[in-house]
Design a protein around this ligand. Structure first.
Ligand SMILES: NC(=O)c1ccc[n+]([C@@H]2O[C@H](COP(=O)([O-])OP(=O)(O)OC[C@H]3O[C@@H](n4cnc5c(N)ncnc54)[C@H](OP(=O)(O)O)[C@@H]3O)[C@@H](O)[C@H]2O)c1
Length: 282
């Protein structure tokens, strides 16, 4: 599996497998399939409430620990120094691991500076190999970087053909933060899978729209974590290293950008308030 080298030297597979919205009762089997298909990088979060099922699949796979790359995330209500340490311990237990590869602040809300200081210590203690953030706009990202010791290794943000985030990408590049896409297929919104430009480009390579958009992200150096509960799509989403998009094809895809989220804006006060209402069982 192709990897990127993070700013602390850790190697991260550029393609991973996301488990958001995979029902808890299905997650173990779905992750079993993903691991059988060849994924070694799994992206979960405390807020997905399926870490324990992910953990069972990891354990049952028999794959040696250092071949796996596991990301999980800290939820908003557990920000703050002490709460972060406790939440991290619970995630580690649920995943059945003794370290996590990448721990992310899921949202730029609540006391995430306290969270970051706790995460810097977890890094020092070897309980996590890398720390990063998610859903940070460039201003918040730079503020976190310039006021702390450790620079996040990634910023995981909504990124797909309709919301390409080129300005964010440039700022992340300047600070050595890798761009990681969530929602690489925009969850199929905007009829992405039948978009005429993407379909035509795919036909020229004998590839699906899904493969074209993953390839386009990878050629921009963006880490991708597509989600699918179907084994045939899991395989399809991994088969993106046997073709390349031309400069002209990359430019045609660039022209699809709308510059706007297809989900929600993390700077919208109503969203900040709404996300604060989401409480996990623990
Ligand atoms: N940090 C954050 O705030 C955040 C937010 C959202 C997501 N994420 C992460 O990013 C991951 C991916 O994003 P996402 O799950 O929101 O959406 P996504 O990967 O953009 O899209 C998933 C959807 O596409 C379908 N699909 C997958 N492969 C396909 C293919 N080859 N052809 C046609 N349809 C296909 C899936 O259906 P089937 O399952 O039926 O195949 C599912 O409906 C998540 O799982 C999660 O790990 C993070």
């Amino acid at each position: 599996m192709r990897t990127v080298t993070l700013n602390n030297g850790v190697e991260m597979p550029i393609v991973g497998f996301g488990v958001y919205q995979v029902p808890a009762e299905q997650t173990e089997q779905v992750v079993d399939h993903a691991l059988e298909t060849g994924y070694r990088h799994i992206d979960t979060a405390a807020s997905y409430q399926n870490e324990d099922a992910v953990g069972r699949a990891l354990t049952n796979s028999g794959i040696v620990r250092d071949e796996l790359f596991v990301t999980t995330k800290l939820w908003i209500e557990h920000a703050g120094y002490d709460a972060t340490k406790a939440a991290f311990g619970r995630s580690l237990d649920r995943l059945g691991l003794d370290y996590i590869d990448l721990y992310l602040i899921h949202q730029p809300f609540n006391d995430y500076y306290g969270a970051w200081r706790a995460m810097e210590e977890l890094l020092d203690q070897g309980l996590v190999r890398a720390i990063g953030v998610s859903n940070f706009f460039p201003d918040r990202l730079v503020d976190l970087i310039v006021h702390n010791d450790v620079t996040p290794v990634v910023n995981q943000i909504e990124t797909h053909v309709f919301h390409q985030r080129e300005d964010d990408h440039q700022v992340m590049g300047e600070y050595g933060v890798h761009h990681e896409s969530w929602g690489p297929f925009a969850e199929g919104r905007n009829n992405m899978f039948s978009n005429p430009t993407l379909t035509a480009i795919g036909e020229g390579h004998g590839k699906s729209v899904g493969q074209v958009v993953l390839r386009w992200l990878i050629q921009r150096g963006v880490i991708v974590i597509p989600k699918s509960v179907r084994p045939e799509r899991m395989r399809e989403n991994l088969e993106v290293f046997d073709f390349a998009l031309t400069g002209d094809e990359m430019n045609r895809i660039t022209a699809l950008d709308t510059g706007a989220s297809l989900f929600f804006d993390h700077r919208d006060p109503a969203i900040v308030s709404q996300l604060a209402q989401r409480h996990l069982d623990v």
